[in-house]
Design a protein around this ligand. Structure first.
Ligand SMILES: O=c1ccn([C@H]2C[C@H](O)[C@@H](COP(=O)(O)OP(=O)(O)OP(=O)(O)O)O2)c(=O)[nH]1
Ligand SMILES: [Mg+2]
Length: 145
């Protein structure tokens, strides 16, 4: 059985999961906007939530909008803090070089994933423990095989 967390919400059109088992609930635009090629627009959703302590929501792009129209979420994953009570907004970026993208009221513009998160305590130390990766990163393992 999947974990279910109840989230108090104020919204004209609440986010909704397209299928059972989906991780992301689709967020809908509360406004009509045009996004010119290469431009970004902060788009309202009309949604406010009260996440329980220990949770966050992450706003990520929809793959269909990305693949078909070049539309992404600029700051993906946008982070909604548990204490945030304002309207959730989505910074859409039109990466297409030629076509303006039109958003209508009610369009599904992004998706939101609710996740448990840890609160870290950062403990200063002289040395970090050893690991298999060590300090290697940024492509250290190459691309093919
Ligand atoms: O895509 C996003 C990202 C954030 N938020 C809201 C919820 C989040 O809790 C708040 C602050 O986000 P963040 O911490 O990423 O922004 P900031 O630039 O650091 O602003 P602040 O100084 O208010 O923390 O803005 C959104 O509505 N959409
Ligand atoms: Mg912040």
């Amino acid at each position: 059985m999947t974990d279910v967390v109840e989230i108090p919400i104020r919204a004209e059109i609440p986010p909704s999961y397209a299928h059972v088992g989906d991780a992301g609930a689709d967020l809908r635009s509360s406004e009509a906007v045009q996004i010119a090629p290469g431009k970004r627009v902060l788009v309202g959703t009309g949604v406010s939530i009260a996440l329980p302590e220990g949770y966050a929501a992450f706003i990520v792009p929809r793959s269909g909008l990305a693949a078909k129209h070049g539309i992404t979420v600029l700051n993906t994953p946008g982070t909604v803090d548990a204490g945030y009570r304002g309207e959730i907004k989505v910074t859409l970026l039109n990466t297409d070089t030629e076509n303006t993208f039109a958003v209508e009221v009610g369009d599904r513009i992004a998706q939101m994933i609710v996740m448990p998160v840890s609160r870290a305590v950062f403990v200063p130390v002289e040395e970090l423990s050893e690991s298999a990766r060590g300090a290697n990163g940024f492509g250290s393992t190459g691309i093919s095989s």
